[in-house]
Design a binder for this molecule. Structure first.
Ligand code: 26V
Length: 800
């Protein structure tokens, strides 16, 4: 149906008329989107079936990637590219007077994730399928993804996200594969044939119904599966429940909302329910498949690898134990060996406030059997520790899985898995030497690093077609399958025509973004100014504040001397703050307050513009990265585990202004000191300064007039705000001693930004730097990352 334009058009029109019962002339963009979506699904169905059949026959090892988030974005265009039918469709459409890009806009983002962790999971799925690796995703089919952000009067307002409102063309509901998940109730212990048995009585069950989405690899026959579970009332049980409405409501609420990452809502019982729901449904499904294929449960780990994306799915450990003990009748030791050898774990943050722990009083009644098993794991683990470190009470207390009335999820993950990885070299080092050092001492062999990556198919080929064409025209198209071959571009750094083309493409992408900015914000920005971009979740440690304070300082300079020569800059922000994260929301208000004043001040002659793009999400990001000149990666060193936005900017030829944090360090090593703008304290300095307690933020306030001026402006209403509006920010800097060293790094940041200005004036040099960055970015393809996971952790092999 996609073999050529003519065939495609005929098939499309036929399908459209048959589905919607109206002539083509009356059809809408939405009809076009749905029709094309269904055609693609039909087109891949035989490869989807064949892939699953091959996995069944092959008997090789498979991996299941369990993640509470998958931040997919839109799938239509991405699928067209991976299937190699984008040209046929866009030309066919154009003959029919349809604009493919308008049709693309119809699709809602699948925004089932908060940020980095969820987007990484989505990139990994793409790489797994492209590399023909037997790997599937398991997640939750939230009715509402991450909230939609509106900015009203400079403040963030949250609305429920509605990605399912027009139905979901990519998913296949599989009611026949539904499984039941037990909550609450009591555990009955009894003896049978001299063996202790466990029975879960009076449980309230919830039915998990799978909705499968095909994951289509690039130019390959592999079509893997992302299985998202929907929570529904169990039909048999519903008859017996006294308050049926309550039961229905409570059940459906399990897959109703994705939770925003927020330290403040830790105690939310629903979140724990979601986690067990995902884990139990996935494991039941994995076990069912396994048993259809193999007889010997004792070889489970030889055929199956289960990866847990952060600690959210860590209950996979006790759940697998439960199945092996209670259902398969294995001994504790047998079950434990299999479980450990099956499970691997990725840590995505060292922030202690983000490390999950659950109060026993919530955990135990909700998941009684799982709690018993964790208790047993904990006791055996502590006993072991006691024999290794007799009398060392403090160590055991610090390492216990259950302590002080809490279940510590990261400790469970460390003990119950065979592999623990960080997401960038420095992050893994910090885990080994600091955060998880006690565990590293006893399990050094478990720790390894897997530096993150991004799929260049979405973040370059799809989002920046012009640059893609230039690259292919220059070095051929082998880089698409082998992204490290982008390094062939290095020989073009002195090629004037290549550099001119590079500049022209960046300019076109900037004009395109400027149009979006004008439509959405009503702000006119100059595409020949430097587009300086910070897009990511709003967190204190990411230091959007440092960026704004610096903008305020530049504004002050221009106010004092309107004739001052500075390279015009457009500062662009995009960021969602967790709804309960009061401080982060204040920063958003500050950015918008500064924007309002700066953008409307005629005296500064448009030398500065500040734009806050609302509702930052995958589909918007695809327009932003290709248009950026500067990528702001300015977290307090040691705090950003890796970052992945940094890689997307680099691949699109933006230059990084960054601290030596996360993957920035590896970027610097690849491009060399001259092709990146590094500033600020390094991780060791930060960690030492925390330890010594020697930092006094007020000293920086008193000794640096620039700092004093901007910090005072937070209080004195200079930016036309209520005078106490930004007190929480002022206080964080001066009263709470500036936990993230914003003031300490200010000078170094301002200095590097001056260097950016000077460098930009030398366009030849600037473009060379961009070229080097693009050339070296292939290392950050998630294909490389996934290959490392496959070889080192999962031990899986490509099927084709
Ligand atoms: C952070 C925080 C900050 C304080 C409030 C509560 C809270 C809860 C969760 C988180 C982080 C969630 C985990 C996460 O998304 N980590 C990100 O993972 C990316 C992929 O590995 C990585 O590139 C980012 O550096 C890391 O922050």
């Amino acid at each position: 149906m996609f073999s050529n334009k003519k065939v495609f058009k005929r098939y499309f029109l036929q399908k459209l008329e048959m589905t919607y019962g109206k002539p083509f002339k009356d059809s809408t963009s939405s009809d076009h989107f749905q029709t094309l979506g269904h055609m693609i699904r039909e087109y891949v169905s035989s490869n989807w079936i064949n892939t699953n059949e091959s996995y069944r026959k092959d008997k090789g090892k498979q991996v299941y990637y369990l993640s509470i988030e998958f931040l997919l974005g839109r799938l239509l265009y991405h699928n067209l590219i991976n299937l190699g039918i984008e040209k046929v469709v866009s030309e066919g459409f154009s003959d029919l007077g349809i604009n493919l890009h308008e049709v693309e806009e119809i699709e809602c983002d699948a925004g089932l994730g908060n940020g980095g962790l969820g987007r990484l999971a989505a990139c990994f799925l793409d790489s797994l399928a492209t590399l023909n690796l037997p790997g599937h995703g398991f997640g939750i089919r939230y009715k509402h993804g991450l909230f939609e952000q509106r900015i009203v009067d400079g403040y963030q307002i949250e609305l429920p996200e509605q990605w399912l409102k027009h139905g979901q063309v990519w998913e296949v509901r599989k009611e026949d594969l539904a499984v039941d998940i037990p909550f609450w109730g009591v555990i009955d212990m009894y003896e049978q044939d001299g063996k202790l048995q466990f029975r879960h009585l009076n449980a309230e069950t919830v039915t998990a119904v799978p909705h499968d989405i095909p994951v289509i690899g690039y130019e390959t026959k592999t079509v893997n599966t992302l299985r998202l579970w929907n929570a529904e009332p169990t039909s048999l049980l519903a008859k017996d429940v006294k308050d049926i409405m309550r039961y229905k409501r409570e059940t459906e609420s399990i897959s109703e909302f994705l939770y925003p990452d927020d330290a403040n809502d830790e105690g939310k019982i629903l979140r724990l329910k979601q986690q067990y729901f995902l884990v139990s449904a996935s494991l039941q499904s994995i076990l069912k498949n396994y048993k259809q294929q193999y007889k010997d449960i004792k070889k489970f780990h030889q055929h199956i690898s289960i990866h847990i994306n952060d600690t959210h799915p860590v209950l996979a450990i006790p759940e697998l134990m439960r199945i092996l003990l209670d259902k398969e009748g294995l001994s504790w030791d047998e079950a434990w060996e299999i479980t450990k050898n099956t499970i691997s774990y990725t840590n995505h943050t060292t922030l202690s406030e983000a490390l999950e722990k659950w109060p026993i009083y919530i955990f135990q009644p909700l998941l009684p059997r799982i709690y018993m098993i964790i208790n047993e794991i904990n006791e055996r683990f502590c006993k072991n520790l006691w024999s290794k470190f007799p009398g060392d009470f403090q160590r055991i207390e610090q390492m216990a899985i259950i302590a002080h009335g809490m279940v510590k999820m990261a400790h469970l993950a460390l003990v119950g898995s065979h592999s623990v990885n960080g997401v960038a070299e420095i992050h893994t080092e910090i885990l080994k030497t600091r955060e998880m050092n006690l565990f590293y001492q006893i399990f050094p062999e478990k720790f390894n690093n897997k530096t993150n990556g991004i799929t260049h198919r979405r973040w370059l080929i799809k989002s920046n077609p012009k640059l893609t064409q230039l690259v292919t025209d220059s070095i051929g198209d082998k880089w698409i399958k082998h992204p490290t071959q982008l390094s062939k571009l290095l020989s073009y750094q002195t090629d004037t025509s290549f550099l001119q083309n590079l500049a022209a493409i960046k300019q076109e992408n900037k004009v395109h973004l400027a149009k979006i900015i004008q439509e959405q914000n009503g702000i006119i920005v100059d595409p020949s100014s430097i587009f300086d971009v910070q897009v990511k979740r709003l967190h204190a440690y990411k230091r959007q504040l440092l960026n704004v304070l610096h903008i305020m300082h530049l504004y002050n300079l221009l106010k004092a001397d309107p004739g001052l020569e500075i390279t015009p800059r457009t500062f662009i922000f995009g960021a969602k703050a967790s709804p309960g994260y009061y401080y982060a929301k204040k920063i958003i208000k500050l950015i918008n307050t500064v924007a309002e004043k700066v953008n409307n001040d005629k005296n500064i002659q448009d030398k500065l513009k500040v734009v806050f793009l609302e509702n930052y999400r995958v589909s918007l990001a695809e327009h932003i990265f290709p248009a950026a000149d500067i990528s702001e990666q300015i977290s307090t060193a040691s705090k950003e585990a890796s970052g992945t936005g940094n890689m997307k900017f680099m691949m699109n030829g933006a230059l990084t202004v960054g601290t030596l944090d996360g993957a920035n360090i590896e970027m610097k090593e690849l491009v060399g000191d001259n092709n990146i703008f590094i500033f600020g304290m390094n991780a060791e300095e930060v960690l030492d300064l925390y330890q010594s307690g020697g930092y006094r933020s007020t000293e920086y306030y008193h000794h640096d007039k620039r700092i004093q001026e901007v910090v005072n402006q937070l209080k004195n209403g200079f930016f036309d705000h209520e005078s106490n509006e930004f007190d929480p920010i002022f206080d964080s800097l001066l009263i709470e001693n500036d936990q993230y060293f914003v003031l300490k790094d200010f000078h170094s940041y301002a200095k590097i930004q001056e260097e950016v200005n000077t460098t930009y004036k030398d366009q030849q040099k600037w473009l060379q730097m961009c070229a080097v960055n693009i050339a070296k970015s292939g290392h950050f393809s998630s294909d490389r990352t996934i290959k490392e996971y496959a070889d080192d952790i999962w031990k899986i092999k490509p099927l084709f």
